[in-house]
Design a protein around this ligand. Structure first.
Ligand code: CAA
Length: 270
């Protein structure tokens, strides 16, 4: 599927672009674009993010996606103004965070390029991605407690699995902000880089991944994510099946033949 005509820049809350990658697959870039409110994640913005991710995911020419904000904010959370007057029943019927589950179904890797604030839903959105590259000045936090609520888009689960109970409790119960270095040490972040390099580094990483054999990348991502919601035994079985399944791809035969013949593999993406 190469038709991205509906990935138009008629989007109101995000900007999208495609980054060429010499001979390899492209990188799809999605930039949250509500700078006046520090990219607060309202319902319309999240609809657009999910649609853009799904479109890139189906596109044969795209190998990896990068999700970013701007220098001041990745995102300062769910849009508080949109929720301020809502009752429990309205929130339940709106079920706005259910849409976020669709991001879990994206097969291609997504890298969050974070600078500035990644708070509340912003931190949760970054954690929904597969890797986080952060500017050294980035600030991570789950400040919902200060609003009389708690994380509602995965924070209590993903943060705890990523950094452990002790530090997740501290973040969620105090609402304090933590530096990119703190979060790197805690294990949430892939790499911390200079403030002006966060997007370039994320794009370079995405290009590298986009140049790998597509099916192996997708099945490996799926297997790593499986570790979050299964037992070790079921996870190992799942991994093994995906491993064997890759022996059905042309790229497996090419990759191993190229190694034996001491040459660079030419991936077909199937
Ligand atoms: N929702 C709506 N608007 C927001 C927002 C949010 N989450 N975060 C910031 N904004 C708006 C501000 O209201 C302000 O708008 P106005 O100019 O119209 O007043 C604008 O963005 C700039 O913000 P500040 O003036 O506050 O900027 P600052 O630099 O002084 O402070 C900040 C930055 C510390 C991030 C502060 O904006 C802040 O605390 N934001 C809220 C963070 C938060 O509580 N996030 C959790 C939201 S709930 C959630 O995410 C639930 C969930 O689990 C999904």
């Amino acid at each position: 599927m190469n038709d991205k005509s509906h990935l138009s820049n008629s989007y109101k809350n995000i900007l999208i672009s495609e980054i060429e990658n010499s001979k390899a697959l492209k990188v799809g870039l999605i930039q949250l674009n509500r700078p006046d409110v520090l990219n607060a994640l309202n319902i319309d913005l999240m609809k657009e993010v999910v649609e853009a991710l799904e479109t890139f995911d189906k596109d044969d020419e795209t190998g990896c996606m990068v999700l970013t904000g701007n220098a001041k904010a990745f995102a300062a959370g769910a849009d508080i103004k949109e929720m301020a007057d809502a009752t429990a029943v309205e929130m339940l019927l709106r079920d706005q965070f259910a849409r976020w589950d669709k991001i879990r179904k994206i097969k291609k890797p997504i890298i969050a390029a974070v600078s500035g604030f990644a708070l509340g839903g912003g931190c949760e959105l970054a954690m929904t991605c597969d890797m986080i590259i952060a500017a050294e000045g980035a600030k991570f936090g789950q400040p919902e407690i200060n609003l009389g609520v708690m994380p509602g888009a995965g924070g209590t689960q993903r943060l705890t699995k990523a950094i452990g109970k002790a530090r997740a409790m501290e973040m969620i119960l105090t609402g304090k902000m933590f530096t990119a270095k703190d979060m790197f040490i805690a294990g949430l972040i892939t790499k911390v880089v200079d403030n002006d390099l966060y997007l370039d580094e994320a794009i370079e990483l995405a290009k590298d991944i986009a140049s790998k054999p597509t099916v192996a990348v997708q099945l490996a991502k799926e297997a790593v994510l499986k570790a979050f919601d299964t037992t070790i035994e079921a996870g190992l079985e799942f991994e093994r099946k995906n491993f064997y399944l890759l022996f059905a791809t042309e790229d497996k035969f090419e990759g191993m033949k190229a190694f034996v013949e001491k040459r660079k593999a030419e991936w077909k993406g199937r």
